[in-house]
Design a protein around this ligand. Sequence first.
Ligand code: NAD
Length: 321
Amino acid sequence: MPDILITENIIGPAMDALRQRFDCAFEPDLWQQPDRLFALIPEFRALIVRNQTQVTRELVAAGAKLEIIGRAGVGLDNVDLGAASDHGTVVGFAPEQTTNSVAELALGLMLALARMIPAADRDTRQGNWNRHRFTGTEILGKTLGVVGFGRIGVSTATKARALGMDIVAYDPFVDPDGLNVMNLRARLGSLDEALAQADFVSCHLPLTNETRNLFDYDRFGQMKRSAYFINTSRGGVVNEDGLIRALREGLIAGAALDVRAQEPPAASALAEMDNVVMMPHVAAFTREAQARVVATVCRDVAAVLNGEAARNYANFSRPKK
Ligand code: NAD
């Protein structure tokens, strides 16, 4: 009986070891073929995905034997968690294994914007030597607005604090007397306050019905005209038309986007703007983070298939079916 279906390119020593122990179908392009995925899923006891496979209620229902869905990463917006719970299927994920890498990229993007590194690089490669055009701004003493003060938000704030930044944060679910708030001497306030005070706004929200399109033209209008916006969370939290209009009208100084509303994105005016930095959703793509993610998910899938408990789970540690 087949055990594990892998529908995206998830590789590494931990995956090699898993494939030796279990009967695995490695189908890295299957996320692009939903009909085939539906045809195959009823046979398998485990499904391993990244963020591109849409694990809908219908797919979970079709997976009659599914004991665990292993999500190689942290965002669960492509997995219907409620459906998995209703069908007694464990959802395993890697909640902390990418945190540091994403926070490091958020910081890198902040510096890239502040010192115009990509634009200066492009200009200098063309044979120019425009020193005054690339007069940047320091981050020392500036205020970082962290929207979503969870694992990645706190890690980004911790690094920014070490570089001499002040922290304002917006997260209605965080205890204002909690340790992270105290240690970072963060000012926890409303979104309006955070946007008004920040010199850099770094978004670390999950994509939910509440956060979709949260950053629209009006929100960007609440930021300082000198402020920069960085998004390493999910593209859907930004209304890209609103962002383009805000950049054109100078409502903010620039933006860095690791993630986009549609991935891969269609041609966009953003690509023509020198004060925009773009990455192809790679915040979690470091050798270290990927090794940790794959090891974590493979370990928990193996555990559940052996009748043991998962260690990192989003609903329950053992299947209820
Ligand atoms: P987390 O759950 O630890 O933190 C998210 C925080 O957002 C929580 O503290 C929560 O209280 C807060 N939040 C939720 N809804 C909110 C709302 N409506 N308004 C304000 N705050 C709200 O998650 P994390 O590990 O910090 O990851 C954050 C997100 O980063 C993930 O959901 C994922 O989508 C994204 N991510 C992206 C990459 C990448 O490659 N670019 C990699 C990893 C994670």
